[in-house]
Design a protein around this ligand. Structure first.
Ligand SMILES: CC(C)(COP(=O)(O)OP(=O)(O)OC[C@H]1O[C@@H](n2cnc3c(N)ncnc32)[C@H](O)[C@@H]1OP(=O)(O)O)[C@@H](O)C(=O)NCCC(=O)NCCS
Length: 138
């Protein structure tokens, strides 16, 4: 992810989330040594992305999103599989997902994530519980 990608990513986020990240939030991530962002591009256009932080032997997914008109083509799955390849064998991967987000939950289950707990009122706009999911490689 380069500085130039951040404007496009902020626009993509507006189409994907009720509380999107700003260009500034993405720019800060380009300077974060713990962050890895994988972008799916077609002829230079960003179709989706997956971001995660690697902290103390654990990977924390910050976001994964695909433009609405490019969904159900395997893009999120390909991005997440690439993330799994980057993480080491003993690295646990954790994420939060809105309880009602059945598309994302189904994606994560397909990749071997399991539900590990519920965080009450974790999300706002609209308020909703978050499901914590994790995947251990070994
Ligand atoms: C969740 C999201 C990233 C999936 O992206 P995608 O590129 O369409 O997903 P894929 O095509 O790779 O689908 C992989 C699997 O996810 C599941 N899935 C994806 N979309 C689904 C849907 N609308 N309904 C049910 N399952 C779905 C399926 O298991 C699918 O496998 P299948 O196509 O073999 O059935 C996308 O819907 C999105 O950007 N949503 C808004 C942002 C978001 O909620 N991100 C998650 C934050 S935790």
């Amino acid at each position: 992810m380069t500085d130039a990608d951040c404007i496009e990513l902020a626009e993509l986020d507006k189409k994907c989330f009720s509380v999107p990240w700003s260009k500034q939030s993405f720019l800060e991530e380009t300077k974060n040594p713990l962050a890895i962002y994988l972008l799916a591009k077609d002829n230079g256009k960003i179709l989706g992305y997956c971001g995660f932080w690697r902290v103390s032997g654990e990977a924390q997914v910050t976001n994964i999103a695909v433009l609405p008109e490019y969904r159900r083509k395997g893009i999120a799955k390909a991005l997440a599989e690439e993330m799994l390849k980057i993480c080491t064998d003993d690295e646990q991967i954790v994420l939060e997902v809105r309880k009602s987000n059945s598309a994302a939950i189904s994606l994560y289950e397909q990749l071997g994530f399991i539900e590990a707990g519920v965080r009450k009122h974790f999300y706002h706009d609209p308020e909703e519980d978050g499901i914590t999911m994790l995947r251990r490689k070994i």
